[in-house]
Design a protein around this ligand. Structure first.
Ligand code: G3P
Ligand code: CA
Length: 292
């Protein structure tokens, strides 16, 4: 065989092997690919306590690159990864700090929060899991080679949280061109918060959580790259309307829909052409949408 033919065959085989080795969710960027990306919501939160390092590790172990998590701020100004405004549901805060009702995240110092057990409520095997700081969390997702949809949660409670979050992301290397291109989305239910992120760091890909009227999409497209709507509120027409506008980076707006935990719904929204599906059970969604 001619040398160049041999080289071509070897190159094709290497490429095919690499594609086989890639986890399904890693084979698609948020822009492109026939199947929607699968995003592990609060980590793989059907299988490990939400918003803990164990939950993102679980997602990684299952082969999922994309994770979603929530960031808020402690009384003394540390950013922490936790969903609710109060620590009561997902930690033993009531036991450790009785009399501090309603146990708001913003009323506890980082040191106090670091003592909490954020795993036992989910299952005994997770006893001792902690509420991670954003810094600890970013180090773990970096180590896992993961990609992140980071939600700024309850920004009205934490003035300046956008700038502070961007600073941590920058310190952790997450505002490098490579990360901005394919590994990071910052989202919020607050349009003001997303506008602020876009104004501070225009290179960051952003998502608005909600279902704006179709008539308002051109305005959202000036500061948001994604319109991330609940699956109960979308239709093929709404998805097409979103895709019909270019976002702030000159590419069609995208939609990641949430929170889809069953196969039938996953197939339905995949059929609408969504770019991604945010789910507590990424394995269920991956199996349902593979080849759909
Ligand atoms: O990413 C979508 C989803 O996280 C928004 O809702 O309440 O789970 O943060 P929530
Ligand atoms: Ca969230």
């Amino acid at each position: 065989m001619h040398v160049r033919s041999v080289a071509a065959v070897v190159s094709a085989l290497v490429g095919a092997a690499a594609a086989l080795l890639l986890p399904t969710s890693a084979a698609h960027a948020t822009s492109g690919g026939d199947r929607p990306i699968v995003v592990a919501h609060r980590g793989a939160s059907a299988y490990a306590p939400e918003n803990t390092l164990a939950a993102v590790d679980r997602a990684a172990d299952m082969g999922f690159r994309w994770v979603e998590n929530d960031v808020q701020r402690t009384k003394d100004g540390e950013l922490v990864v936790v969903h609710d405004a109060t620590l009561a549901r997902t930690t033993n805060v009531e036991e450790l700090y009785p009399g501090r009702s309603p146990w708001n995240v913003k009323d506890f110092t980082a040191r106090e929060i670091s003592r909490l057990d954020a795993g036992s409520w989910f299952g005994a095997r997770y006893a001792g899991a902690r509420v991670p700081t954003l810094e600890q969390y970013m180090e773990r997702v970096s180590r896992n080679h993961q990609k992140l949809v980071l939600e700024i949660k309850n920004p009205a409670l934490y003035p300046g949280i956008e700038r502070q979050t961007l600073k941590v992301l920058a310190n952790e290397g997450w505002l490098s061109p490579k990360h901005l291109r394919s590994r990071l989305v910052v989202q919020s239910f607050s349009a003001d918060s997303i506008r602020t992120v876009h104004a501070l760091r225009p290179g960051v890909k952003t998502g608005f959580l909600g279902t704006p009227d179709v008539a308002d999409l051109p305005e959202y497209a000036t500061f948001a790259d994604q319109i991330n709507a609940p699956h109960t509120r979308i239709s093929p027409e709404y998805v097409a309307a979103i895709h019909g506008h270019d976002g702030p980076h000159g590419k069609p707006l995208e939609i990641l829909t949430w929170t889809v935990n069953d196969a039938a719904t996953a197939r339905r929204v995949a059929g609408y052409g969504v770019n991604g599906i945010i789910t507590n059970a990424p394995d269920v969604v991956r199996e349902a949408t593979d080849g759909s």
